[in-house]
Design a binder for this molecule. Structure first.
Ligand code: CMC
Length: 433
């Protein structure tokens, strides 16, 4: 990747009697960045930013977020326009290649992904080694990591062709793996992909068809699923993407890196929040119990799951599209009066007008409405983060690929402030008190 950052003057910092000039870099949009790379060499100090709240860890041309304005762009295109007008596979192409495909490019890309959806037959036996009550995210971490044991011919990260094949394989096989994790948990036989179906349709069929009865895919639900995938496809340098980049910076193969990303995504502060958000709505149960629950949040007994974001200090633009999608799905399934939706809408209304949430700029994030939608579509809550992982795979791969193709790329290696013991002499066990 060719750097597009331009010079924007110097920042001058004084440390003791040393003055250090640090270049300021300008991106195409967003805050300026102070380039501290030579700070340690010149002033013998590190910077301290444990949760990276003020640190840009890389230069990237993929996704841009303006958290104050509530804007999310994939390669410059606003998320709501993509969710409205494009398909998930078009978005995959955009994230990987930087431009939307023309009609011929799209046909070729769709065909490539479609013809990689099957898994090696031995792979199916791997699922059988998990306990029958295994969390599907545990299966995902293991199964995706194990792809590197099945596809040796695409793990040379220095070969662009192999990088491309591994990217296509993961985008194509992730729905098949996710559907198998689901089927395994519910004790039903695996359903094979079908090439005449679209990406989201195929996934829904692999989840909900059974040998006794095929599954007729409802086009509104398939479109909703596709849109949910678009909304989750990338989100710049979040925890799981940073994990993928850090794992990949050592030269690890892409399947192992994506498995690392899935492990990170699983946490309740990240991708696991959609599961927690639905559990919370169920726990509240009825609208009249909301004030008591909100009081518990203010007393800091628990957090409002599906609310707040490290970057968005405004309404998450994905949550707006997600809320519309939730209404569409509930309508088509005849669940317009869904009690969970009633609780969610009222909770949002109360929170958006309550000074506690207003002062802290806590708005609904994507997870607030995704749980309701996926639950209505028939997915158990354990599957929610799996669907997030499925969709985010393309973002992880695009970010990994961008990093590997950057000639200045090095292994990631943060430093620390050491506050543990200083050097001391070893004491043999018989002399220890
Ligand atoms: N409910 C109640 N209070 C909250 C919440 C919440 N969901 N989130 C933040 N706060 C409060 C927090 O207590 C703190 O208050 P004070 O300043 O009085 O101590 C203030 O807001 C700032 O919180 P923070 O923890 O410093 O903020 P953060 O940027 O580190 O946390 C977050 C971001 C997403 C982890 C957090 O908002 C949270 O835990 N939200 C609930 C989990 C969730 O919905 N996560 C999904 C994120 S979107 C999907 C994804 O990208 O993975």
């Amino acid at each position: 990747m060719e750097s597009k950052a331009t010079a924007g003057g110097d920042a001058v910092i004084k440390i003791g009697d040393k003055t250090v000039n640090l270049p300021i870099l300008k991106g195409t949009v967003g805050p300026d960045v102070v380039d501290i790379r030579k700070l340690y060499g010149e002033a013998d100090v590190f910077t301290y930013d444990p949760a990276f709240t003020s640190t840009a860890s890389c230069e990237s041309q993929i996704t841009y977020i303006d958290g104050d304005a509530g804007v999310l762009l994939y390669r410059g295109y606003p998320i709501d326009q993509l969710a409205e007008g494009s398909s998930f596979l078009e978005v995959c192409y955009l994230l990987l290649h930087g431009e939307l495909p023309n009609a011929a490019q799209f046909v070729e890309f769709e065909r490539t992904i479609t013809y990689h959806t099957m898994l090696h037959e031995q792979f199916d036996r791997f699922f059988g080694t998990f306990r029958r009550d295994a969390h599907p995210m545990a299966i995902m971490v293991g199964a995706v990591g194990s792809l590197s044991a099945f596809y040796h011919d695409s793990i040379n990260i220095h070969d662009p062709k192999q990088r491309e094949i591994s990217a296509h394989r993961m985008i194509a096989k992730m729905p098949t793996i996710a559907a198998r994790a689901f089927k395994y948990a519910v004790g039903q036989p695996f359903v094979y992909p079908r090439n005449e179906l679209g990406y989201a349709e195929n996934f829904l069929r692999m989840c909900f068809a059974v040998p006794a009865e095929d599954y007729k895919v409802n086009q509104i639900l398939a479109r909703a699923m596709d849109r949910i995938f678009i909304l989750h496809a990338d989100h710049e340098q979040n925890a799981s993407t940073s994990t993928v980049r850090l794992a990949g910076s050592s030269g690890a193969n892409p399947f192992a890196c994506i498995a690392a990303g899935i492990a990170c995504l699983w946490g309740p502060s990240h991708g696991g929040a959609n599961e927690e958000a639905l559990n919370m709505l169920r726990e509240i149960g009825t609208v009249d119990r909301i004030p008591e629950y909100v009081q518990g949040v203010k007393d800091r007994r628990y957090r409002l799951m599906g609310f707040g974001h490290r970057v968005y200090k405004n309404y998450d633009p994905r949550a707006k599209v997600m809320q519309r999608t939730a209404h569409e799905v509930l309508e088509v399934l005849g669940k317009r009066d869904d009690p969970l939706m009633k609780v969610a809408l009222e909770l949002e209304h109360i929170a958006l007008n309550d000074p506690y949430f207003v002062e802290r700029k806590l708005y609904p994030n994507i997870d607030f409405y995704s749980g309701i939608t996926l639950n209505a579509m028939g997915f158990p809550s354990e599957m929610f983060t799996v669907l997030f992982a499925l969709a985010r795979t393309v973002g992880w791969i695009a970010q990994w690929k961008e990093m590997i193709e950057d000639p200045s790329q090095k292994i990631g290696r943060p430093r620390q402030i050491h506050t543990g013991p200083t050097e001391r002499a070893f004491v043999p066990i018989e002399k220890r008190g």
